[in-house]
Design a protein around this ligand. Sequence first.
Ligand code: ADE
Length: 263
Amino acid sequence: MKKSILILLTLLIMHGSIAQRIAVMGALDEEIAILKEEMGKYKTQERGGIDFYLGKLKGKKIVLLKAGVGKVNSSYSTAVLMENYHPEALIFTGVAGGLAPDALPGDLVIGEKLVQYDYGQVDSLGFHVSPFRHPFDAQGEELFISGDSALISTSLEVAKAQTFLPISGREPRVFSGVIATGDLFVSSDEKAKWLYEEFGALATEMEGAAIGHICRTLGVPFVIIRSCSDNANNHARVNFNQFVGPASVNSAKIVLGILESMQ
Ligand code: ADE
């Protein structure tokens, strides 16, 4: 393609004259595997060391990527994604540790609000979480960041009509609420209890709030969908290894439903 045509196309995409893609993101290979398979034909583009898979899902143009684990990796991947593809919305799909006392591995949580539980200060009285300041500062400080209400409603509607893979012999339930993000794989009864009591969080994971803050800063609607592979308790690692596969599939099913509903 001639350089001038390429520049024109880039400008048209940036100014919204050409349909933008929906970004679909997971942190792990397992979390995006079923979506890659479902895409069938796709083109791989490497940008900033990240592989972006361009194709269609349920007739909708998407850009799929593996963000990597944790807030740094996922922030980097999100920044590269935004700079190169200017997506019209972002859907994150993956697993989490369930926190609500009655939540079990398999249950799904749609993130209404996200919080970085490990961002704060420490003093002689211990750790205190702080609100997060946006890079351009125009939007001030926020402790909780909200997902896009329309995408959250659609996720819940789609989930109601969905048949999920049973996990641990039971049909997963679907919740919406707070998701707590931090750079820790939580495998501790005590920490799980603290996250639930301190933030009312239903699930904990390692990327959602970081990605959400970038989306919020750039005005890109987003939703974080999580399926509990474990309960963030003392048995979390064993449960994670056991359920990461089917839990990832269940979360991806909601993504497919959302994209189908966008026709
Ligand atoms: N992702 C899945 N399980 C998790 C856990 N227990 N802690 C953090 N991230 C997770």
